[in-house]
Design a protein around this ligand. Structure first.
Ligand code: SF4
Length: 460
């Protein structure tokens, strides 16, 4: 098996158990390697985009806006201004003479027309190059219109996708603390880093409500500007995902003294652990919360586990590959696959940190390939090498799986079926089962050839 790995990328790949853990990460993608990763601007856009009553204006050429239009598929329970993709559509003339007049005109018109609660203005590569003063335009527009108009310093060339998360958090931090709410109860949280794909945040909110916990702000799925402005009044931040909103949680801890818990709502153990952690945190304020949470988890598991058992009967021993945006999600997926009797042979992420990868090396089986910021050639070669049955990834990974005749589960922005919570674990298991067990894969040339060459069973 020939694995196509560029010399410069060799230290971003590790095989569990083969030598001491060494993995380079969080570095800029290698030019020419066609990274699966997105740019800084895209990173900031995916984080902020689900704030549904804000105006999102991309200051740049039209391609940047088109590339990220509706990228999260984040659902809203109310306004849907976020679904519209606005761009200043910079042209050659603007590049030569400056794009500030166009930005001012666009903001003026869009704010009057849509009456948003706030506006986010995203900087793209070209804006960084021509030097438009985004901050000055936003400041004067904010004064003129009486709403927060926030620059997002997300020039695409500035670094990697993680840099975009930071730019988004800095923009949101401008909103936090701008509105006080004395009514916020003591047992209260903000949900950070959930993007309400397929309504997932509503599942989590329902669990928290059953436990007696008030949710003050969704940051950012189904988000509202006014909630983010008052969210400094909550007692705790729950941070999901590795990186997207962690910086904001740290900023709020430093400025407002609000602690944060890192949680995952994927899989059985991590979902239950997230709820137990919240209950433990508030046990002194609400002595019954731990018992209520235990009852909730038991009730959910009583429905879930028998169903998982049925699906496991078919999936036992099959192999999976995972390539996701943040590595934190990968931890939960590895555990979820164990519930299905499956082994994860490849696991990678676009934005994992050294700590994330160390943990992956600690929890994966010997021989598992751990990869940072992969490209299609590497992923294809690894999938063939490990002969996986199902690949969990996002939109850019889907064609890789299908071309190789491998089942696929979209665990990223585009999905329409919720995967979080106990109900999400069942959806996930059903999807993995349907994809991995589909008879269609035997007709894919690579698989068909392997089946023809396989020794015939006695009597066949
Ligand atoms: S890399 Fe630059 S030009 Fe390309 S989408 Fe990102 S911001 Fe736009």
């Amino acid at each position: 098996m020939t694995t196509s790995i560029f010399e410069e990328r060799k230290d971003q790949i590790h095989r569990t158990g083969q030598g001491p853990f060494e993995l380079a990460c969080n570095r800029d993608s290698l030019a020419g390697a066609v990274s699966q990763r997105a740019c800084v601007f895209c990173g900031s856009r995916v984080v902020l985009y689900p704030i549904a009553d804000a105006l999102h204006l991309v200051h740049g050429p039209i391609g940047c806006a088109a590339y990220t239009w509706d990228i999260r598929g984040a659902l809203s329970s109310g306004p849907e201004l976020h679904r519209l993709s606005f761009s200043t559509d910079l042209r050659e003339k603007d590049v030569i003479f400056g794009g500030e007049p166009k930005l001012t005109a666009a903001l003026d018109e869009l704010i009057d027309r849509h009456q948003p609660k706030a506006a986010f203005v995203y900087s793209t590569c070209i804006v960084g190059l021509i030097g438009d003063d985004l901050k000055a335009v936003c400041k004067s527009m904010s004064e003129k219109k009486g709403i927060p108009v926030l620059p997002v310093q997300s020039e695409g060339f500035k670094g990697n996708k993680r840099e975009g998360y930071l730019a988004a958090c800095k923009a949101m931090f401008e909103l936090v603390g701008t509105k006080d709410d004395p009514e916020i109860p003591p047992v209260s949280v903000n949900i950070f880093g959930d993007f309400n794909l397929a309504g997932e945040i509503w599942i989590i909110r329902e669990y928290l409500e059953r436990m007696g916990v008030s949710v003050i702000a969704n940051v950012t799925g189904d988000g509202r500007v006014d909630d983010i402005r008052r969210c400094h009044g909550a007692a705790l931040n729950l941070v999901q995902c590795s990186g997207a909103t962690l910086d904001l949680a740290k900023m709020m801890e430093e400025k407002y003294g609000i602690p944060y818990l890192r949680v995952s709502y994927l899989g059985v153990e991590d979902m239950a652990q997230a709820l137990y952690d919240v209950a433990d945190h508030f046990a002194d304020k609400d002595p019954d919360i731990v018992a209520r949470t235990g009852a909730l988890v038991r009730e959910e598991l009583a429905n879930l586990l028998p169903e998982l058992k049925k699906l496991r009967a078919d999936l036992e021993g099959k192999r999976a590959a995972i390539y996701v945006g943040g590595a934190f999600k990968a931890f939960s997926l590895i555990k979820a696959f164990r519930h299905l009797g499956m082994r994860v042979c490849i696991v990678g992420s676009q934005t994992g940190t050294r700590e994330d990868y160390e943990e992956l090396a600690a929890i994966t089986d010997p021989g598992t390939i751990i990869v940072d910021d992969a490209n299609p050639l590497e992923l294809s070669a690894f999938i063939k090498e490990k002969d996986v049955d199902v690949f969990v990834g996002g939109v850019k990974e889907r064609p890789i799986a299908f071309k190789l005749g491998v089942g696929f589960c979209d665990h990223n922005h585009e999905r329409k079926i919720a995967l979080e919570g106990f109900v999400g674990m069942l959806n996930f298991a059903r999807e993995i089962h349907a994809s991995a067990m589909s008879p269609v894969w035997r007709f894919v040339p690579r698989r068909a050839k392997a089946l023809c060459n396989a020794p015939k069973e006695a009597g066949a």
